[in-house]
Design a binder for this molecule. Structure first.
Ligand code: NAD
Ligand code: IPM
Ligand code: MN
Length: 421
């Protein structure tokens, strides 16, 4: 299946902000009238390649679909959680009459051990040829030597860059059933529903780095660089996402200190003023944002920020729903396959014990169906099954808060059972 995507704004689901539908899918009732084409032209002028507003077509949810899904289990708990997400996707395929082909490839530490490279070319090629990618996690103490030739994390950064996945969507969704699993008080977190858009292929993560000097003067550096184009495209996407939900956008930076942040702020302000005057827009400094997330999380709608701030703030925000083990993410580009993963890492402290929470990865597989395959009903079926598992009182250790807990595979089975009844 070819992998051209239509990037579109979904207007109909709390969690579904950007919907990507493969161009090769059967799309019924496509309206290719004059005004539609003019609109697409306008979006392209604004920098949205292949952008189509979703309400111009009705997704053919009852049309059988063939999809090639690449699995990148990686390290630590990666293989354990990917196995459960694969079972869930297989169940969905069976119930809805789709054909999903799964191909596993290497990334991260295991790949370094096998071939000396955290992202071999064959993995990149397989990802490019796929319809969507589901990743577990990379890294672990075995590969942590700071003077090692390469690191597992290099593989993850490289696949994001190679595929142009500049937008990382991290929805912070609370399940009512888990309100008491959060370390924060119920009255503080109730009503929280934030969509983070983390810029993923620029900033300090990809700036020039190195060492210089010698002796006491020897030093290391890494630059933070953002171009106009990089800021514009993520701000536009975030603003579109805001229009599809609460119409409020917060941009987070460190403009009181960092030049690239002042630059980000200027570009963002211009885009918002010229193109999205209807969206309620504000800016917050990252240190203050760290506090607001704990103090008044329900005040935020869509939050857009750079690569490093987004990484840190979303791990912090994971404590709102109660556990890193509950948070999925989608990394999207302007075309090509999307990459879906939990926001957590390889959790080496619990790897191999079958106690990891697979729900973040299972929820990431729902995002995959929605955003890369356009299968809204199927995605919702997974999310409802997860909801039912939680309302039936089933918990892995991280969300059990000392109560009775089930293992990784049992949690996967519980979701599968609720998908099939
Ligand atoms: P981590 O996210 O792996 O773990 C942080 C804590 O959360 C640990 O106590 C862990 O047990 C717990 N946790 C994480 N996921 C869980 C789950 N599904 N169920 C239950 N508990 C869970 O972060 P870390 O320990 O700082 O990093 C470990 C390794 O993972 C590092 O090498 C890091 O680079 C890597 N990492 C990878 C990714 C990724 O692949 N996307 C993301 C973050 C960290
Ligand atoms: C994440 C991770 C990665 C990041 C690491 C493992 C490279 O923390 O996906 O959040 O910093 O982006
Ligand atoms: Mn992270």
């Amino acid at each position: 299946m070819a992998c051209a995507f239509w990037l579109s704004t979904s207007l109909d689901s709390r969690n579904s902000i950007i919907a990507l539908t493969t161009a090769t899918r059967n799309i019924r009732n496509v309206f290719f009238g004059q005004s539609c084409l003019a609109y697409v032209g306008e979006l392209n002028r604004l920098g949205y390649i292949n952008v189509l507003i979703r309400h111009f077509f009705t997704p053919a949810t009852n049309t059988p679909l063939k999809a090639n899904i690449v699995l990148l289990p990686g390290d630590g708990i990666g293989p354990e959680i990917i196995a459960q997400a694969q079972r869930v996707l297989e169940t969905v395929a069976k119930s809805f009459g789709h054909q999903f082909e799964f191909n596993s490839h290497m990334i991260g530490g295991i790949s370094i051990d096998t071939c000396g490279d955290p992202l071999p070319q064959e993995t990149i090629d397989a990802c490019r040829d796929s319809d969507a990618i589901l990743l577990g996690a990379v890294g672990g103490p075995k590969w942590d030597d700071p003077s090692a030739k390469t690191r597992p994390e290099v593989g993850l950064l490289k696949i994001r860059k190679e595929l142009g996945l500049f937008a990382n969507l991290r929805p912070i969704r609370l399940f009512d059933e888990l309100l008491d699993a959060s370390p924060l008080r119920r009255d503080i977190i109730e009503g929280t529903d934030i969509l983070f858009l983390r810029e993923l292929t620029g900033g300090i993560y990809f700036g020039e780095s190195g060492t210089s000097g010698s002796g006491q003067a020897e030093s290391a550096y890494q630059s933070m660089v953002y171009s106009v184009g990089e800021v514009e495209r993520i701000i536009r996407l975030a603003a579109k996402a805001a229009q599809g939900r609460g119409n409020r956008l917060t941009s987070v930076d460190k403009a009181n200190v960092l030049e690239p942040s002042r630059w980000w702020r200027r570009v963002a302000a211009r885009v918002m003023q010229e193109e999205f005057p209807d969206v309620q827009y504000d800016v917050v400094l990252v240190d203050a944002m760290a506090m607001h997330l704990i103090n008044r999380p329900s005040d935020f709608d869509v939050v857009v920020t750079g690569n490093m701030f987004g990484d840190i703030l979303t791990d912090e925000a994971s404590m709102l729903p109660g556990s890193l083990g509950m948070l999925p993410s989608a990394s999207l580009g302007s075309d090509g396959p999307g990459l879906y993963e939990p926001i957590h890492g390889s959790a080496p402290d619990i790897a191999g014990q079958e106690i990891a929470n697979p729900l973040a990865t299972i929820l990431a597989s729902a995002m995959l169906l929605r955003h890369s395959l356009g299968l809204e009903a199927e995605a919702t079926a997974i999310e409802s099954a997860v909801q039912r598992v939680l309302s039936d009182g089933l918990r892995t250790r991280d969300i059990a808060r000392g109560g009775e807990a089930i293992g990784t595979e049992s949690m996967g089975s519980a979701v599968v059972e609720r998908l099939t009844v």
